[in-house]
Design a protein around this ligand. Structure first.
Ligand SMILES: Cc1ncc(COP(=O)(O)O)c(C=O)c1O
Length: 310
């Protein structure tokens, strides 16, 4: 697991502060009750300078997560956008992972966060692919978790809330302890939902499919990008439920997420997936790569330039 190397600045509650000065109180409400929502965004080098990939969609999801949790964000989307770009300029990196977070802060205790102040921070750091560059290149080994993916009647999976990640962490730890790279979670109906921090795609007989939003997933922005790429390439696409057995019999499987990128799955519970060649996945990976790095003029609206031309 890649560690974090400190950078210069973190944006905290309206201003840029030194990295080491970005602290929270141990009695912060959100630390105790997980009333905390966040985002994971990536910055990429492009021929026009560093650009944030789909920044507006990430901030929209951030605001929606807050809405689901009745959290009153003290900043507008435009202010958060500007803060993100200011932070990037202050740290001077061309490629990075960006983490906005909002949580119930210090001052009240007890379950109801209504009277807690909402603290907001944006941090960034250099981070390689979550499941490793080796995973992106050669594919990872996955296992179907014994943990069930959270159900929207218990915790809304479409809000990117810290609480959801206790479910992901249990599955992840179990998978790692068993010698696997990643866990795949089934939902309460036994259908495939997603991985710990990525959505899943299957390729079978030339058709690309992914479980629907109703399967208990986070509606991934990478998932949306992949669906757009697939449609634009004229590949048949289905948003459909699939079973654990469908994983074993797939021609190709891959995971899609901001942190992980597009990572092939080469094995599930000891069963090799397809021939191991992943031709469709490789094609989609290449297209994703040229889009995030702006090596194509297509979809300029997806790349928020840190220094737009005057
Ligand atoms: C549980 C979960 N599913 C899917 C994703 C992929 O979402 P995105 O592509 O927006 O990063 C993430 C990452 O944020 C996640 O945490």
């Amino acid at each position: 697991m890649p560690g974090i190397t400190p950078l210069k600045k973190i944006w905290q509650d309206g201003r840029l502060v030194d990295w080491d000065a970005a602290r929270v109180h141990v009695l912060s409400h959100g630390l105790h009750y997980a009333y905390s929502i966040f985002e994971g965004i990536r910055l990429f080098d492009t021929p026009s300078g560093p650009a944030v990939f789909r920044l507006d969609e990430h901030l929209e999801r951030f605001v929606n997560s807050a809405r689901i949790y009745r959290m009153r964000l003290p900043y507008t989307t435009a202010q958060l956008r500007e803060a993100t770009l200011d932070l990037i300029r202050a740290n001077g990196l061309g490629e990075a992972y960006i983490r906005p977070i909002a949580f119930s802060g210090y001052g009240v205790m007890g379950l109801d966060p209504a009277n807690a102040p909402i603290e907001v921070a944006i941090a960034m750091w250099a981070w390689g692919p979550l499941l490793g560059q080796d995973g992106v290149d050669k594919g990872i080994r996955a296992t179907v978790s014994s943990w069930t993916r959270i159900d929207s009647r218990a915790l809304p999976p479409q809000a990117k809330c810290a609480a959801n990640y206790a479910n992901s962490a249990l599955a992840k730890m179990e998978a790692r302890a068993g010698g696997y790279d990643e866990a795949l979670l089934l939902n309460d109906k036994g259908m495939v939902a997603e991985a710990c921090g990525e959505n899943i795609f299957k390729v079978k007989n030339g058709i690309v499919s992914t479980p629907p939003a109703s399967s208990g997933i986070l509606r991934g922005i990478t998932r949306d990008t992949v669906m757009r790429i697939v449609n634009e390439a004229g590949i048949t696409f289905q948003r459909t439920d699939f079973t654990r057995e469908d994983l074993f019999t797939a021609d190709e499987l891959f995971l899609a997420g901001t942190a992980a990128g597009l990572t092939p799955v080469r094995e599930v519970d000891g069963r090799p997936i397809g021939t191991g060649a992943f031709p469709v996945t490789r094609r989609l990976q290449a297209r994703y790569d040229e889009l995030v790095h702006g090596r194509t003029p297509d979809h300029p609206e997806w790349r928020a330039l840190v220094r737009p031309p005057a």
